[in-house]
Design a protein around this ligand. Structure first.
Ligand SMILES: Cc1cc2nc3c(=O)[nH]c(=O)nc-3n(C[C@H](O)[C@H](O)[C@H](O)COP(=O)(O)O)c2cc1C
Length: 534
């Protein structure tokens, strides 16, 4: 049996990395600022070629861009300017701030601790003003370092078992995650952050791709060793986590080249060490190894398992209690600030005013952010059904509403297929929300807290250990969309961490048996100078 199918490793990892009231008090970890990792991967021997820095305005409203996608039959390929735009608005440096400990280069997407452990690589055919090759994106220089010259897309086709989106993509972006850069602060819980931080970045990337008229598809199924080998990353430290196929060229279909990796020589480029020394957290590498796929056949079978079966979400009952229908703003009513403006405006709220948002704002956030993610782990909506008309979602949204005009305060569960919120209990839960969000003030002061919970059992049955990567990544993508939907309406948002089992308990009995995956708070930000990350 392939290792991935036995989900014991994912269960072990999940249990071992839960936060609880006790665990955070008994963990002797402290931050060694003298050993803080560099936020950039630097290849000293490679000169980056600079990209155009002018941000082209698509003019597409952020609330449209996050909700839509471009059909795959479209004939579309990015040019260098579009590549620059995609990279800048998903992983570029958008602001920098000095603080007591140095300087932080904030990026376009939210990231735990502003530690930026996700690197981006391009694998492309010849594009307008960009030669075919494998490139590393260097945010500090806003440039590309070419690691390999020539068209290597066939390696990705082989690695993904012939995933159609990859076969037809003129460009695929490979996202890798670097353990130590985030584990310096978050230790073994970092593997969860890989999904979150990669996900917020992908929310931006997908929205910008849509605004640029490019089809985009997230691909989680690939032979890990092949993709890591193509990039020549040291997989003890840095690992490919997701791919995004961009554009579509029906005329060109790249053939898989079996054994392609054997013909690819290692690059052996030197990179600047991140820190004086690194601490290894073997639990994460075990989790990664157990969720790795070993062959194109295994990948194809894994992907097949996402296409089979019941499109209804197991164990997710239809509304049983009172429901409130969402009342989203129509296209004509909604704010039309363009996606690039909203991304540049975004920055996690550091304090919320306890002032209400409207039901229309909340409804618009929910409606626009949850219209589906184009990803290979999502069961497409083959047979439309009322429960799940937009294709499956691994995460379910539970809300604590503190201050929404037109909605009683209380705990709710979101029924996506019904466009409705079911009330689980009424009451003022600000104190509980603050506690659940790791005793922080932000979730207590927000207007509404969105908790992501997932039933991991059917996910692991279907996707094995790799389902754990998928569920965290999906949460990050949806969380990133929540951020953008909030900022598009001039609200604020912040991702948050949480006390795992207490979150499940709070939403039980409805959430019985599910696991807490992620948390995003939304409300009116109190403007103040940002000094340092959380
Ligand atoms: C997944 C995730 C979890 C986060 N958790 C917290 C948190 O627990 N507390 C907090 O104050 N900020 C949290 N943040 C916000 C980050 O600190 C913030 O994104 C980072 O400092 C970068 O700043 P920016 O979002 O303003 O660009 C989180 C962000 C993300 C994406």
């Amino acid at each position: 049996m392939p290792k991935n199918a036995n989900a014991e490793a994912a269960w072990n990892y999940h249990e071992a990395t839960k936060h609880s009231y006790t665990s955070v008090r008994t963990n002797p970890h402290f931050l060694d600022f003298g050993n803080q990792p560099l936020p950039f991967k630097i290849y000293p021997a490679l000169e980056p070629s600079r990209m155009p820095t002018e941000v082209r305005q698509t003019g597409v409203a952020a609330l449209s861009a996050i909700a839509g996608s471009v059909p795959a039959q479209t004939n579309a390929a990015p040019d260098l300017e579009a590549v620059a735009q995609l990279l800048y608005l998903s992983a570029g440096i958008t602001r920098q701030r000095k603080y007591s400990g140095g300087e932080i280069y904030f990026r376009a997407a939210a990231c735990t601790g502003a530690l930026y452990e996700v690197e981006l690589y391009l694998v492309c055919r010849e594009l307008a003003n960009l030669e075919a090759g494998v490139y590393h994106f260097a945010p500090a220089e806003f440039g590309l370092r070419r690691l390999r010259a020539g068209d290597y897309r066939s390696v990705l086709v082989e690695a993904t078992g012939g995933e159609p989106a990859i076969v037809h993509a003129p460009l695929t972006i490979v996202c890798t995650c670097t353990y130590w850069r985030n584990a310096w602060k978050y230790q073994a819980r970092t593997y969860r952050h890989f999904g979150w931080d990669n996900g917020t970045m992908l929310a931006n990337l997908l929205a910008v791709a849509t605004a640029l008229g490019l089809p985009a598809q997230v691909v989680c199924g690939f032979v890990d060793a092949t993709v890591n080998g193509l990039l020549d990353v040291d997989s003890q430290r840095e690992v490919a986590f997701s791919l995004v196929a961009l554009g579509h060229d029906p005329a060109i279909s790249v053939q898989a080249t079996p054994g392609a990796l054997a013909e690819i020589s290692p690059l052996g480029f030197e990179t600047v060490p991140l820190s004086r020394d690194e601490i290894d957290y073997p639990l994460m590498r075990e989790m990664h190894a157990a969720s790795s796929l070993g062959s194109a056949e295994e990948v194809a079978a894994w992907r097949g398992s996402t296409r089979l079966g019941n499109t209804e979400i197991p164990n997710f009952p239809p509304p049983a209690g009172p429901v409130v229908r969402l009342q989203p703003l129509s296209d004509a009513e909604m704010p039309r600030d363009p996606i690039e403006q909203v991304i540049l405006r975004r920055g996690s709220s550091r304090q919320f005013a306890r002032t209400p948002i409207s039901l229309a704002q909340l409804s618009t956030v929910l409606d626009r952010a949850t219209r589906g993610v184009a990803a290979d782990f999502v069961v497409p909506n083959v047979v439309p059904n009322v429960q799940d008309p937009m294709g499956s979602q691994l995460n379910h949204l539970y809300l604590i509403v503190h201050a929404v005009d037109g909605l009683d305060s209380g705990a709710y569960v979101f029924h996506r297929g019904h466009g409705a919120l079911e009330c689980l209990k009424h009451g003022n839960f600000r104190d509980q929300a603050g506690y659940l969000g790791l005793e922080q003030q932000l979730p207590a002061d927000a207007a509404v807290d969105f908790f992501f919970l997932a039933d991991l059992r059917p996910i692991f049955d279907r996707l094995g250990n790799r389902g754990y990567r998928a569920v965290q990544l999906e949460a990050g993508i949806l969380g990133g969309k929540l951020y953008l939907a909030a900022y598009a309406q001039r609200l604020g948002a912040s991702g948050l961490t949480f006390y795992d089992d207490d979150v499940t308990r709070f939403f039980s009995p409805h959430a019985e048996g599910t696991s807490a995956i992620f948390l995003v708070a939304v409300g009116h930000s109190v403007k103040r100078r940002r000094l340092e990350p959380e």
